[in-house]
Design a protein around this ligand. Structure first.
Ligand SMILES: Nc1ncnc2c1ncn2[C@@H]1O[C@H](COP(=O)(O)OP(=O)(O)OP(=O)(O)O)[C@@H](O)[C@H]1O
Length: 240
């Protein structure tokens, strides 16, 4: 399923400091967006508003005023939106269970869920650690696990906040494959990153937060031979 978020008059301020005011913004279906801006302009804040994790100071999304009440108790609007945190949270559990817990309750038990979780871990090169406790993971490995966990739920919109900050090139490629797979299946992605890399090269549109506003322009990709050679992910009969 692909959804569209349409925001009007979206603004965020902290006391007297206005971070941004965006008269109109549309996201999805099938958008690949590189969100840019200097440190502190409000990229994370905008992503969290679009994910329903932060209340804007004003504005509507799909015609709904986003109050704290709406955000917390009327989550339907954001049900299919996943925010990938810069420092992903981990459940106190094994890698495989960390992935399983993202699945709907009815699908969490049983062999199928384990097979699906292992398949997801394989995509980011963590299959061999499947039954280890997640506390053994490095920062970059946690980001890979979080990406596999986001991918397995096949979100309509994936908001990726500095997903490659602590990844080397090889690890970034695993994440690129999963992001590309979501795009191929009709999802939208938004990526913040201070460096251009294989992930930002997936994007065809650029959002820039500057002067407390948002400008939308085409994203000029660096010609990246590696993207052409990404193997498509084989989907199994279980749907991932
Ligand atoms: N709860 C809060 N109270 C006051 N100010 C806040 C709060 N949360 C964020 N800010 C401020 O809002 C500004 C924007 O923060 P945000 O994390 O969205 O920026 P960013 O563009 O993602 O930055 P970076 O590129 O460094 O990650 C920052 O100056 C931050 O200090």
């Amino acid at each position: 399923m692909s959804i569209q978020l349409r925001a009007q008059d979206l603004s965020k301020r902290y006391d007297d400091r206005v971070l941004f005011h965006i008269p109109s913004l549309t996201l999805g279906p099938s958008d690949a967006i590189y969100l840019k801006g200097h440190n502190g302009v409000g990229k994370t804040t905008l992503l969290k508003i679009l994910a329903g994790l932060t209340t804007p100071s004003s504005g509507t999304i799909n015609g709904n005023e986003i109050s704290t009440f709406h955000r917390l108790f009327k989550r339907k609007l954001f049900r299919d939106v996943v925010y990938l945190h810069q420092s992903p949270y981990m459940f106190d559990a094994s890698l495989v269970d960390n992935i399983r817990y993202a699945l709907p309750l009815t699908s969490q038990q049983g062999l199928n869920s384990r097979t699906r979780a292992i398949h997801a871990l394989r995509q980011v090169g963590l299959e061999s650690l499947a039954d280890e406790h997640c506390s053994v993971l490095s920062g970059g490995e946690k980001q890979r696990l979080a990406m596999a966990r986001a991918w397995i739920v096949n979100p309509s919109i994936l908001l990726m906040d500095e997903p490659s900050a602590s990844l080397d090139m090889e690890s970034t490629q695993g994440i690129v494959s999963l992001a590309k797979d979501l795009l191929d299946r009709g999802s939208s992605i938004v990526i913040t990153s201070h460096q251009q890399n294989g992930l930002t090269n997936l994007c065809d549109t650029q959002w820039s937060i500057e002067n407390q506003g948002l400008t939308v322009t085409p994203h000029l990709r660096i010609i990246d031979e590696e993207i052409k050679h990404i193997e498509p992910i084989t989907h199994n009969i279980l749907g991932n």
